[in-house]
Structures are given as structure tokens and as C-alpha cells.
Design a protein around this ligand. Sequence first.
Ligand code: FES
Length: 159
Amino acid sequence: MRNLGRSLTGYSQEPRELFLTGLPAQINPIDGGRLGRENCSMTDAWKSYPGAPIEGAVVCPLEDAVEGEATCVEVDGFPLLILRLGDKVTAFVNACPHQYLPLNHKSDRLLTADGAKIRCSNHSAGFDAVTGEGVEGLGLGACLDPAPVSVPQGQIVIG
Ligand code: FES
């Protein structure tokens, strides 16, 4: 996985505080941070995060998203995880629902060897790489928030 732009760990705020400030009302960390939301079909949840990019915002050139790897980017300071699997490009808010730490806070190796799961580098919560649904450990009962992306003219953009 490659990190583009400023490292998440370079925030002046603690990464967790970044997300705990102004969290969407329907997302309530409970029990020390574990996400209370269990409905992974809330596809617009990403819009409720502080600093969420507007539709049409450029994420990065397609060539910066390496096929078969997870790429962490920031769009005007907003952290996204980009996955390019074959011709399909998907994105999630780079915030683990366990404690709202960046998924790559401790390591940039997030995708499992088979490319099927994203595994948080903090406490190993596992999420389906296609849907973001929690499938292992602390990810069970929670989900990553997908952000819609498209690829017009070789650029990955929001929307
Ligand atoms: S922050 Fe704990 S598993 Fe991701």
C-alpha cells in the first residue's frame, strides 16, 4: 500500500479525536469506541463525517491506485482508503469503526493476501474488501463507510 500526501499520523490532532469530533448522530462509539451502527447499507454515512469532500472532488490519478493494493489518500485533508481490484475502484472512509483510528495507523499492509479483506492495523478488525462489512474480530457487527467514486478521464473522483 502506498500513502499519498500527508501521513495520517501527521495530524496535529490525535487521529481518533479527528473522527470523534462531530461524528454523525447515527454513529455512536460505545463500549470504549466500538461502533454502534450495524446497518452497513447506510451508503450516505460518509457525507456526515467532518470535512467530507464534495461530489466531483478529485481523489488522485487512477495510476496512483495500484491494482490489488490498498492506497491511502487524502482529499483536502479527508482520509480515504482506495482499493483497485481489477477494473473496479472502490473507496472507504479511512476510519476503523472500532476506535476511529485510521486503518493504517500502525501499518500500511491492510489487504489480506487474497485481496478479500481489509484488516485494520490497530487491533486486526477484518472487513470485506468489497462491501466494507465487518467479517472478523472487532469488525463483526460494524462496517466501514464506503464513499462513491468514479474514474472519468483517468482521474478518480468522488461521486
Ligand atoms: S481501531 Fe481497533 S481494530 Fe481498528
